[in-house]
Design a protein. Structure first.
Length: 342
């Protein structure tokens, strides 16, 4: 079958590999229908890498597909059903797993980073990692389940009521999903900080009240002009070090900063006194946390509107073209089709 394999040192190779086989009685063979390219994939492909990926691994952790074969002890799924994949395989024995934080599992293995993922025509996944997906959900939309589940984990950590002033840093896929969900929550005072003019346009399409270019504009002055104050909530969907220090200076008293973007090489300079003096709350968010059911239900809400920033669809053989478009910020959401467009 065809697959996109991470070779290390920034190299992703599209090549023929052996078909995976069911080896555990509770395994399920998935025919991958659609997969999304995530910012984490770009981090893995950086030199040096900003996020870990094991060389030799088939990448892709945001994906969904059709059940092609089931192991003899699989009871929850049948051939022909559609499923989405929880990409984090937990150990269930470490301290984080045992204290209700299994998304932070110390021994986690991740499909698409350390285990074979969804940039392939087929993938074998344990039954416990799968969720049912209604067949009437479009294929590209269903592939958004994992990132939407991550966003819903983040939303559970902030009190994003309609009266709040919210600033989202970044108009990549995650930043734009946050923008759409915040609009669905009724947030009217919503701004997006993004350097790319192309992506700022999509942020406005997704419902941002206004956008700002942090590389050229004084964000604090813009917020004061538009809102008469700073923001109540700031969401860092980028993860570069400079945002942390800037965001805490923009928050109103009692405000919250949610850090979502993850770059292992980023370093921040922050004034602790600003956090103390203004009684700010800083929270991190990592992956989904029992939020797949919420995401699947939300995907069926026609008002969610994730289609507003779908910009590119590519077949698996052309995945490198999609990755380059994202690197150049000439795309917002790229969806990959390993078995042809569907």
């Amino acid at each position: 079958m065809l697959a996109a394999v991470f070779k290390g040192n920034g190299v992703l190779s599209v090549e023929e590999v052996p078909m995976p086989e069911i080896r555990d009685p509770k395994d399920v063979l998935i025919k991958v229908r659609a997969a999304s390219i995530c910012g984490s994939d770009l981090h893995i492909l950086k030199v040096p890498p900003a996020q870990y990926g094991a060389p030799g691994t088939i990448m892709g952790h945001e994906f969904y597909g059709e059940v092609a074969e089931i192991g003899p002890e699989v009871t929850e799924f049948e051939v022909g059903e559609y499923v989405v994949v929880d990409n984090i395989l937990k150990c269930h024995t470490c301290i984080d797993c045992k204290t209700g934080h299994d998304n932070l599992c110390l021994n986690a293995k991740i499909f698409g980073q350390t285990l074979p993922g969804g940039y392939a025509q087929y993938c074998v996944i344990p039954e416990a990692q799968l969720y049912h997906m209604p067949k009437d959900v479009p294929s590209w939309y269903a592939a958004q389940t994992e990132p939407l589940a991550c966003v819903m984990n983040g939303m559970s950590k902030i009190n994003a009521t309609p009266d709040k002033k919210v600033l989202v840093y970044g108009a990549g896929p995650i930043g734009l999903i946050y923008t759409r969900v915040l609009k669905l929550y009724g947030v009217k005072n919503l701004a997006v900080a993004e350097m790319s003019p192309y992506r700022r346009e999509y942020a406005e399409k997704c419902g941002a009240e206004f956008t700002v270019d942090p590389s050229k504009d004084n964000v604090k002055e813009v917020l004061q002009e538009k809102w008469g104050s700073g923001c109540d909530i700031a969401i860092d969907a980028v993860g570069v070090g400079s945002i942390f220090g800037e965001a805490v200076e923009l928050l109103n008293g009692g405000g919250t900063l949610l850090i979502v973007g993850q770059n292992a090489n980023a370093v921040s300079e922050v004034k602790p006194a600003t956090i103390v003096r203004n009684e700010l709350t800083v929270k991190g968010m990592y992956c989904s946390h029992n939020t797949f059911p919420t995401a699947i239900k939300l995907l069926q809400n026609p008002e969610l509107g994730l289609e507003k920033f779908l910009t590119n669809k590519v077949e698996l053989k052309d995945i490198l073209t999609g990755i380059e478009a994202l690197k150049k910020q000439e795309a917002c959401r790229v969806v990959v089709y390993p078995n042809g467009f569907c």
